[in-house]
Design a protein around this ligand. Structure first.
Ligand code: PLP
Length: 398
């Protein structure tokens, strides 16, 4: 049953209609018919809770938009600013903030967008600061581009550490080099949602050192009750920064490629230098799907957030019962859980043990850089039943 709630965003009341939790809609048999990475990388007896795909059906408005396009044969190249307009409306309604469509650029996906933005503001051999442990492709794409990764590890609580950032920024610009800071907001894998105060501090430090900030905000719509996403470009000092946004995580659209690069007011001239051909990468069907999600599927998103809120509490209870040695701080955002398994004595890569002995696939902690050893990342975007089975399998492996 849909539930209507009145909420206020910057004083303007909006009615939110929450739809039923989409995480409870599909059975394991239905999911195993999928042919995407999550379901086809491991043998059929392995329960996959690794790569960031969600076990949900498509939101109805998204399915309708792409079905209609297919019916029309509307499968050509993308045109216009439909995605940017839809994103601006979404961010205004959700966070009381928006970027004008003329300060955006359509990019094939978030990681390729990050690469293209880094090309605009850094050169070969320049440093890119990241907060380890962090999403593995941050290392892969940055080094593939010929930039150096400088790690600024999160603190023990999984939060940004101002002193560590200060040192990393100073190191990054040594010798008068240009440098960038690739911020993950919310943070993958810890699910940390950075506060306005933390981000304002980051902006001041970055400006002082001349470091350009690129915020990957792909998980921004997936912020759970108790936390609030602050768009990086909205904080004082964020004007010189860039953001990458996309509907692909929150609505499970990774197979429908599209994303947007956003520029703060003082970075718009830099973004305007992005070569026109970058915009040839995203798919028209992707653009239509993402725009439909942002415009018409916020009730679906709110149902998902309720389901994830339930799952993070369920996971805490399951771990307490079956694997009390595992450290778990429920995420404020994202659909990920970062589990500290060091007390279990399974070595640096517990995911390998859980896979071999428990037949459950999780992400290996060491791939997330410094701070990842002894950890695993678990994907919470599944049904409570599958989550329960996964934890039982993990416990049987110990
Ligand atoms: C932080 C982060 N950035 C980027 C991506 C990938 O996005 P895309 O497929 O749009 O490149 C992911 C996927 O999980 C992610 O977690």
């Amino acid at each position: 049953m849909a539930v209507a709630v009145a909420v206020a965003v910057k004083g303007a009341p909006v009615t939110r209609v929450t739809e039923p939790d989409p995480l409870r809609r599909l059975t394991l048999d239905q999911l195993r018919r999928r042919t995407s990475m999550k379901w086809r990388t491991y043998a059929p007896d392995v329960l996959p809770l690794w790569v960031a795909e969600m076990d949900v059906p498509l939101a109805e408005p998204v399915a309708e938009a792409i079905t209609e396009a297919v019916r029309l044969g509307d499968t050509g190249y993308p045109a216009g600013t439909v995605y940017a307009q839809a994103l601006a409306d979404f961010t205004r309604r959700r966070w009381g903030w928006e970027v004008p469509p003329e300060h955006t650029a359509l990019v094939p996906d978030v990681m390729l967008g990050v690469v293209e933005v880094l090309k605009l503001i850094t050169g070969p051999g320049d440093a890119v600061v990241v907060n380890s442990p962090v999403y593995t492709p941050f290392y892969q794409f940055v080094t593939h581009l010929g930039r150096r990764v400088v790690e600024a590890p999160l603190d023990e609580a999984g939060r940004l550490d101002p002193a560590v950032l200060e040192t990393a920024f100073a190191r990054a610009v040594e010798g008068g080099r240009r440098a960038a800071y690739l911020l993950c907001s919310p943070h993958n894998p810890t699910g940390t949602v950075h506060t306005a105060g933390e981000l304002t501090d980051v902006a001041a430090r970055a400006r002082a050192h001349g470091v350009r900030v690129v915020a990957d905000e792909i998980h921004a719509p997936v912020v759970l009750p108790g936390a609030h996403h602050v768009p990086y470009l909205s904080v004082p000092g964020g004007e010189r920064a860039f953001s990458l946004m996309s509907a692909s995580k929150a609505w499970n659209l990774a197979g429908l490629k599209a994303a947007l690069a956003l520029a703060g007011s003082e970075a718009a001239d830099d973004l305007a230098r992005m070569p026109e051909e970058v915009g040839h990468g995203p798919s028209h069907l992707g653009v239509l799907a993402h725009a439909a999600a942002l415009r018409h599927a916020t009730g679906w998103l709110d149902g998902l957030l309720e389901g994830l809120d339930h799952n993070r509490r369920l996971l805490a209870g399951l771990l307490e019962r079956h694997l009390p040695g595992v450290g778990y701080r429920p995420a404020e955002g994202t659909f990920l859980a970062w589990l500290d398994c060091r007390a279990l004595g399974l070595g640096d890569d517990p995911a390998a043990v859980f896979l071999k002995r428990g037949r459950v696939a999780l992400n290996s902690g060491p791939a997330f850089g410094t701070g990842g050893a002894g950890h695993v990342r678990l994907n919470l975007a599944t049904s409570p039943k599958i989550l329960d089975e996964a934890v039982r399998r993990m416990a049987s492996a110990v």
